[in-house]
Design a binder for this molecule. Structure first.
Ligand SMILES: C[S@@+](CC[C@H](N)C(=O)[O-])C[C@H]1O[C@@H](n2cnc3c(N)ncnc32)[C@H](O)[C@@H]1O
Length: 195
């Protein structure tokens, strides 16, 4: 109930999410996966650019909210939304050209397993874009109740090392204010691949 209220807010209109969208450079030939799709706002924006998409969330409430918000895309066969955990993605190898994960990484108890799964479902050349919270003192203060509740914040260096260890290349991590972005690619070929 709280999640439905909180994650149903149109946070995806915030410029920090716009940066994730821009970095992914989505096109009609793309098949996007969003992990932890919450209220489905980001997917609604992404589907203005990507040809098709999938959303995954471990909360049935959030799956329902994403389906309702994007009912037209679901009906048109452009969006599928599944319930599941990021460490066991219910799709075959190399199924997606792009993956987005916004405000989820800091909740993951097994982030290395999540990154390995994301790498598995991305095609060679596929790109990953994540929005996280920075590990700065101000973020820790603002998010203190969550930090005390187990939220994990990573420095840019720590996150970059984890993403590289999972097989990604061209890893770029940057923090600004409360936000932290990470962009990376499953690299077998030069250039951002899409189809
Ligand atoms: C803070 S909310 C962010 C929602 C949305 N991405 C946004 O930025 O507004 C985190 C979301 O990730 C989902 N989530 C957390 N851990 C997950 C996991 N291990 N696998 C799949 N979804 C997860 C939660 O149910 C929730 O919808």
């Amino acid at each position: 109930m709280v999640g439905r209220l909180l994650y149903g807010l149109p946070t995806a209109s915030h410029p920090a999410y716009g940066r994730v969208l821009d970095a992914l450079e989505l096109k009609a030939s793309d098949r996007l996966l969003e992990i932890g799709c919450g209220g489905g706002h980001f997917l609604a924006r992404a589907l203005e650019r990507a040809g098709s998409a999938a959303g995954l969330d471990h909360s049935p409430d959030m799956v329902d909210a994403t389906r309702k918000r994007n009912a037209h895309a679901v009906e048109a066969g452009r969006l599928e939304v599944r319930e599941g955990d990021v460490t066991r993605l219910p799709w075959p190898d190399q199924h997606f050209t792009a993956v987005a994960m916004n405000q989820v990484f800091f909740w993951l108890p097994a982030p290395d397993r999540a990154l390995a799964e994301i790498h598995r479902v991305l095609r060679p050349g596929g790109r990953l874009a994540m929005l996280n919270a920075s590990a700065r003192r101000i973020t820790k203060l603002v998010m203190l109740p969550y930090v005390l509740g187990g939220l994990r914040l990573y420095t840019d260096e720590e996150l970059g090392a984890m993403v590289r260890c999972s097989g990604f290349t061209e890893v770029m991590v940057e923090s600004r204010g409360l936000a932290q972005w990470c962009f990376a690619r499953r690299n077998d070929e030069p250039g951002w691949a899409s189809a």
